[in-house]
Design a protein around this ligand. Sequence first.
Ligand SMILES: NC(=O)c1ccc[n+]([C@@H]2O[C@H](COP(=O)([O-])OP(=O)(O)OC[C@H]3O[C@@H](n4cnc5c(N)ncnc54)[C@H](OP(=O)(O)O)[C@@H]3O)[C@@H](O)[C@H]2O)c1
Length: 327
Amino acid sequence: MKTKAVRVHEAGGPEVLRLEEVDLPSPGEGEVLLRHTAIGANLIDIYHRTATTGQYAIARPATLGVEAAGVIEEVGPGVKDAKPGDRVAYWMLPGAYAEKRIAPAWRLVKIPDDVTDEATAAVLLKGATACYLLHDIWKTKKGDKILVHAAAGGVGRLLCQWATHLGATVIGSVGSAGKVEAAKSAGCAHVIVLGEQDFSTEVKKITGDVGVDVVFDSVGKDTFESSLNTLRPLGMMVNLGQASGPVPPFDVSKLAQKGSIFLAKPTLATFSRNREVVVALANKLFKGLQEGAITPDIGLTLPLDRVADMHKAIEARKTTGSSILVP
Ligand SMILES: NC(=O)c1ccc[n+]([C@@H]2O[C@H](COP(=O)([O-])OP(=O)(O)OC[C@H]3O[C@@H](n4cnc5c(N)ncnc54)[C@H](OP(=O)(O)O)[C@@H]3O)[C@@H](O)[C@H]2O)c1
């Protein structure tokens, strides 16, 4: 069988993305054949497209994308918990930018009947990230003061919504004035525009010189050092991404100087390591969605053959909320 997939043969700009026809084998032991209906685009796809060294370098040629929703068309030997016709989705499984794919059944989660495929592709990876960050990395409680960078973005917006739902006061930062409203509507009590305001000074003002309990920093290189200055003693710095580049080597004695603060560098891969963890996180995520702790917000939908335009928009920081590719 053949399918269309967006492949990269070398690292580079959006021009290296090629929609190609590729062979698909029959599903093997423990695998399913899945027809995608909605594919989530994530900043990590751009790290995978461009990286030649480090944490995000991938073996090429490769099909990009790590998240999608779809329908099972065929199951391989030994698959017990899934059948043709099931609506399912997955996160952090390379090879999502395709009309169809072979996927290991244990990585798939069922989509609840009242949740659309598009909503799932909008919130699954990003919402699962927000979920484990707010429940497992930092145990968020009423009254917490939280700083979220890229607050109008995919993960950022859901972090702000869920943290607000849990009773925290959220300060969001955005890269341009046009994103302020999006951050406010995600629940931010205060929004700081990076470049226009010095965010560590602003956070100190907002918190009456106390500092925040936790910072969720997905921007990395440009914000890391200043983010440390926004924390109260014994607060936690969570570096979850590197939109502006990787954080340079760091002198850990600074954690002591800044008030015995904690530093975390968590990854969703740890929260996808086995079936039990995947199902528990998906259940919590869909419950959060059904209870209104988070809502999907799809800022950009494009067909799969316009994936280069989507990457350009994400890299140019023009997107808010989630971005979806439709096969
Ligand atoms: N650790 C984990 O488990 C995990 C899981 C998923 C995602 N993540 C991380 O979460 C972050 C958000 O991912 P996402 O897919 O939802 O993307 P996104 O937030 O929708 O897009 C990235 C945002 O980062 C901000 N940014 C700041 N500096 C930038 C730069 N130099 N270039 C591009 N963007 C820049 C921009 O917002 P402004 O214009 O408002 O600054 C941009 O919109 C990423 O860093 C990603 O790696 C981490």
